[in-house]
Design a protein. Sequence first.
Length: 404
Amino acid sequence: MFKINENYLKLPGSYLFSTIAKKVAAYQEANPDKRIIRLGIGDVTLPIAPAIVEAIHKAADEMGHAETFHGYAPDLGYAFLRETIAEKDYKAWGCPIDADEIFVSDGAKSDSGNIQEIFSQDSRIALCDPVYPVYLDSNVMAGRTGEYDAATGRWSNVIYMPCTAENHFVPELPKERPDLIYLCVPNNPTGTALTRDQLKAWVDYANQEGCVILYDAAYEAYISEEDVPHSIFEIPGARTCAIEFRSFSKKAGFTGVRLGFTVVPKDLKCGDVMLHSLWARRHGTKFNGAPYIEQRAGMAVYSEEGNRQVMEQVAYYKRNARTIYDGLKEAGYTVFGGINSPYVWLKTGDMTSWDFFDYLLENASVVGTPGSGFGPSGEGYFRLTGFGTYENTVEAVERIKRLK
Ligand code: MLT
């Protein structure tokens, strides 16, 4: 009889957002008259900006003519996009990153889930707690996390770095040495960020201890504060210890288009081996390149018009986040985030995170995400996203206020 990867059986329950979707569908079926407002999964609601739609049409037309047709894309991405990213997302911010260190992909979720494959099976991982569940789950699937303790919600072989109101959501350097450190800045779900000095402490630590920082900057476009870096490569020393993931999903509304990229600097080495070579080998073997049409759509994000339009969308979602933040604060909730992020993180008072989820769904028909779904230290917290429409956001806040 064939055997399966038994690590999958260790995963408790289904993926967080699938569990929520099932619960919401059951509620809607039982209450067909209720108009549910979904501020759970961070999925965008605004349509793709006009300059990008135009680029998509143009690229689709090119695909229809023999002279301009494109087959397989280069597996690391088209030079036009990689060069533009290097210029506008890195060199313009003083980051020493070259185009051939950029790997274009179908998004940060796949890259941040797949990156663990290039590291040794016995690598020790350190995670902020709470954090985006993909980092943990992909390591569970790989068999790296030890045993799960349902009572504590913790895995025996994972180093948890709690990020709570008590430490202002700033992770402390771990006492035991990890091999891989996942940092998500601005953080999903807490909506909080690290300053340059705080991030420098991590870069120095990683270089000193021989760790790799897996840095997820998917929410970079939402940074408002001067002192929060847009890339880990703004920090001196990061080229020898960091890999960065970026996404077009939250910046340009590409959740349904799918485009992202990963930066692996050539100075990042294990002995003589460049991680860049390993990731290139993996990418070439398991990925056929992001589609031409999508890479042209990505290019349009960097045009003057495209950039103006997507930043207007980011501003729209930030206004939503601010509306949630201010409204809930006024209603007496303790709230965090929402400044450098589309996410607002709140305390659930004397309810557990899942009890608060049910309470909000049943009494206000508003969907959010229970903090405990992002890690044990998320218990007692709840996440609402600014990605709804403005009208729905205002109404959701009003409904929640009325419950008080
Ligand atoms: C979230 O809601 O945390 C994100 O939308 C999930 C994702 O980006 O995959």
